[in-house]
Design a protein. Structure first.
Length: 193
């Protein structure tokens, strides 16, 4: 049976692996990140200094059985990279219980890297991504809005959903730029509410 070692970090310059050697680039020292185009040469003071000064890095080594896809390594990386804020609050009246989820994503190999207000307003944009290279069924539930979406994701597929503020309008697929939300097409055969 296959085995592996996953290396994830919250911030790093890069990774590489060759044979049994795994490397993580923790520090770089370019003054300007111009990627060889010479952008910072003519006006070095006009470009922000990059990767200088004190750094803090958290990395994690995770041994696993099976392939990287079986171990859901991209999901491990997302979980490590995103630090959720802790909000301390005192008791107050309201309809929410002591614990609530804003959005629930179903599907082991599905992540939602983007939740934002739509460029044109009138709704929320959600971006889903399949991370294991294996097609799957995905669900999204937004309990506070009584909205849900169910659909399929192909291997490595990215889908962008628009959740209208108006409860009578359906959740629908949109193009990633979402610049034109006039008449977005609904995907057939998927449940939306």
């Amino acid at each position: 049976k296959e085995r592996g070692l996953a290396c994830t970090a919250d911030s790093a310059g890069g990774y590489d692996a060759l044979g049994a050697r795994l490397r993580l680039t923790a520090l770089r020292s370019p003054r300007v990140a111009d990627h060889g185009w010479g952008w910072g040469d003519a006006d070095p003071s006009g470009y922000p200094v990059s990767d200088q000064g004190r750094h803090q890095l958290r990395y994690r080594l995770t041994p696993h059985r099976g392939t990287w896809a079986d171990a859901l390594v991209p999901r491990l990386a997302d979980e490590q990279r995103v630090v959720l804020p802790v909000v301390l609050d005192t008791w107050h009246g309201g309809s929410l219980g002591p614990e609530v989820s804003a959005i629930v994503v179903g599907g082991d190999n599905v992540v939602m890297p983007v939740v934002k207000r739509a460029e044109g307003g009138a709704g929320t944009v959600l971006r889903l991504r399949e991370v294991a290279g294996q097609g799957c069924a995905a669900t999204v539930t937004i309990p506070g809005m009584s909205r849900s979406w169910t659909g399929d994701l192909d291997p490595h597929q990215v889908r962008t959903l628009f959740v209208p503020d108006a409860p009578a309008e359906n959740v629908c697929d949109i193009d990633i730029p979402e610049l034109d939300l006039v008449g977005p097409l609904l995907s057939s055969g998927e449940e939306q509410s």
